[in-house]
Design a protein around this ligand. Structure first.
Ligand SMILES: C[S@@+](CC[C@H](N)C(=O)[O-])C[C@H]1O[C@@H](n2cnc3c(N)ncnc32)[C@H](O)[C@@H]1O
Length: 219
C-alpha cells in the first residue's frame, strides 16, 4: 500500500468514527500546544502499558511456546520474557518496517534485550519462510510483522493451524488507541480489517481488545 492509499484508508476510518475524529483533533491540538510530555529517545514506546500488560498476561500462562512475528529490537519480546516460562521464538528478517520505513530492527539490540532469558530463539527470516519447516509447539502467538492486509492475513492463515487448541493469538495495531498516545493512534488498516473478519470465524473466540491489541482463543 503506498502513502496515498494509506492516507485515504486512515481518512476513511476517521470518517466512519466521528468521536475518534474529534479525539484525534483534540490530541493534535494538545500536541501542538506542548501539553503532552515528549517521548524520550531511548525507551521510545511502540506499545502502550496496557498492551504490554495484556501481552504479559498471555505470555505468563503459555506453557509450551510463544511465537512473536515481528521483533524489531526485541522490546515487546523482552516484556514477555520477564514473565514467561515457555520458550520464546522471535522471527524478523530485519527489514524497514511496513508502517515506518525509517524503522529497522537491530540484532545486537535484540540480543542485549533478551540476554537474561535463556529460552529465547531468534530466527532472522520472513515469517512465511520460517513457518514452512516449523516443528516447535506453541500456545501463544503475537502477530506484529508486516502490517499490510495481505501479509497479516497470510501470517494468520499460515501460523494458526500450528497453534495448539485453546491457545491464543494477538494482533497489534488492530484497533484505535484513544487515551494514552499523544496525537491519538487509529490503528492500522490491515490488522483492523483482518480482526473484523476473524470476529465472525467459528474457529475463534474473541477474548478482548486492549488499546490496539486484539486477542482471540483458538477453539
Ligand atoms: C512493528 S515492528 C515489531 C515491533 C515489536 N513487536 C515491538 O513491539 O517491539 C514490525 C517488524 O516486523 C518485521 N517484519 C516485516 N515483515 C516481516 C515478516 N514477513 N516476518 C517477520 N517479521 C517481519 C519488520 O522487520 C519489523 O521489525
Amino acid at each position: 500500500m503506498n502513502l496515498k492509499e494509506k492516507i485515504i484508508d486512515k481518512i476513511d476510518i476517521l470518517k466512519r468514527n466521528p468521536r475518534l475524529f474529534a479525539h484525534v483533533i483534540k490530541n493534535v491540538v494538545k500536541t501542538r500546544l506542548g501539553l503532552f510530555p515528549k517521548t524520550p529517545k531511548e525507551g521510545n514506546r511502540f506499545s502502550t502499558d496496557l498492551e504490554v500488560k495484556t501481552l504479559q498476561k498471555y505470555a505468563c500462562i503459555a506453557r509450551v511456546g510463544i511465537v512473536e512475528v515481528g521483533v524489531l529490537d526485541g522490546l515487546t519480546t523482552r516484556e514477555m520474557a520477564k514473565v514467561a516460562q515457555a520458550p520464546i521464538y522471535g522471527i524478523d528478517p530485519i527489514i524497514p518496517d511496513s508502517m515506518n520505513e525509517r524503522l529497522i530492527g537491530n540484532e545486537e539490540k535484540i540480543k542485549q534485550n533478551l540476554n537474561f532469558y535463556p529460552k529465547f530463539y531468534f530466527f532472522k527470516d520472513y515469517s512465511f519462510n520460517v513457518v514452512k519447516n516449523w516443528r516447535q509447539p506453541f500456545d501463544f502467538i503475537f502477530i506484529d510483522g508486516d502490517h499490510t492486509y495481505e501479509a497479516v492475513r497470510q501470517d494468520f492463515l499460515q501460523w494458526f493451524p500450528l497453534l495448539q487448541s485453546g491457545g491464543t493469538v494477538a494482533f497489534h495495531d488492530s484497533a484505535p488507541v484513544t487515551s494514552t498516545i499523544p496525537g491519538g493512534f487509529i490503528g492500522w488498516p490491515g490488522p483492523i480489517k483482518l480482526v473484523a473478519e476473524l470476529k465472525n470465524s467459528p474457529a475463534l473466540e474473541f477474548l478482548e481488545v486492549q488499546d490496539s491489541l486484539s486477542v482471540f482463543r483458538k477453539k
